[in-house]
Design a protein around this ligand. Structure first.
Ligand SMILES: [Cu+2]
Length: 337
């Protein structure tokens, strides 16, 4: 959550974007998940808590959507309520206890009961958080709540970088954290070897995987100008994105600010510039397809002097802080892409 650029297209005229580190909180949400943290490659006990009815009316149906990357979902029976599930194919296969799983329950519905407005209740499922997410990612479980009259769709997901509390009907969210005492087993594609374009050495281009429906993705690469003439990174492209921008990021008073780099990113002779989470980065916008951890993406970088260069990006898990390490950097600022 995905916390990167706003989902709304950044206009060239838009000079600064405020990034707040506030997350996952909405005082008015009626549907929340009891456990707001989970670890990759670990079981998750999802408890949907319904705190209110609809404008005084009792709740008669609760339906939770299991997002891509969360596998093996199973509902817990609930006296007085009928359970139904929808099973579908996952976007990819995920490691499981017994080999791999490529399909499973993607929606669980409890219906037929009646929960008065002045009471609360819990609707429980078990699932597994896959290796699709790295610590720092946020997963959303949209919930539908129907009452004898009226309904709510707790399905809003904050645009990248926007605080969830700004939403009227936020989807219940779970923050991915590192498993205690265990190294995160993240899906990794082997890093591409360094490429050279004229005087520019291009090392370890990588992208961060995106959650379903995301419209932006961050891209990172280390660029070294081994020549004697200044150059400038002016553009980037991948087939999945409608367009790309080069962004800078700074933290002022605990608030992250992101801005397009006007005129491209300068590379002085002998200089190495690392595009990385929390700093300069490529911002791929208008995504037509999600990016999945472990895959590779053929794209291009364009330099003023070195021209347009093909590069192979590897895709690291959602929330990853580097191409080969899924753990967040200790003591770093709140992360953005
Ligand atoms: Cu950005």
């Amino acid at each position: 959550m995905p916390r990167s650029c706003p989902r709304a297209p950044l206009r060239a005229a838009l000079s600064l974007v405020l990034i707040s580190s506030a997350l996952i909180s909405s005082a008015s949400a009626h549907a929340v998940l009891e456990r707001k943290e989970a670890a990759p490659n670990a079981a998750y006990r999802g408890v949907v808590q319904i705190m209110h009815g609809c404008d005084g009316r009792p709740t008669t149906r609760v339906s939770v959507t299991i997002p891509e990357g969360v596998t093996g979902a199973k509902p817990m029976p609930k006296p007085g309520w009928t359970i139904s599930t929808v099973k579908s194919a996952y976007a990819r296969a995920y490691p499981s206890f017994h080999g791999q799983v490529s399909e499973g329950v993607t929606r669980i519905t409890w219906s037929g009961g009646s929960l008065p407005d002045e009471q609360v209740d819990e609707f429980t499922f078990f699932a597994r958080i896959s290796d699709a997410f790295a610590p720092g990612a946020t997963i959303y479980f949209p919930v539908e709540q129907d009452c004898t009259e009226g309904s709510y769709r707790w399905s809003e997901v904050p645009a990248e970088g926007e605080p969830a509390r700004a939403l009227k009907a936020p989807a219940p969210a779970v923050r991915i954290v590192a498993a205690p005492g265990a190294a995160t087993q993240a899906a990794q594609a082997p890093a591409a070897p360094a490429a050279k374009a004229g005087a520019i050495v291009i090392e370890v281009p990588w992208l961060r995987a995106t959650p379903g429906g995301a419209k932006v993705a961050g891209g990172y690469v280390t660029l070294r100008n081994a020549g004697t003439e200044p150059d400038r990174l002016t553009a980037a492209a991948i087939p999945q994105a409608g367009r790309a921008e080069i962004h800078s990021m700074t933290t002022e008073g605990g608030v992250m600010k992101m801005a397009p780099v006007e005129g491209g990113l300068a590379l002085a002779p002998g200089e190495t510039v690392a595009l990385k989470p929390g700093g300069y980065h490529l911002m791929f916008l208008d995504l037509k397809d999600g990016l999945k951890a472990g895959e590779t993406v053929a794209g291009t970088l364009t330099f003023e002097r070195a021209g347009t260069v093909p590069v192979t990006f590897t895709v690291a898990p959602i929330g990853a802080q580097g191409p080969g390490s899924a753990a967040p950097e200790a003591g770093g600022p709140p992360h953005h892409h």
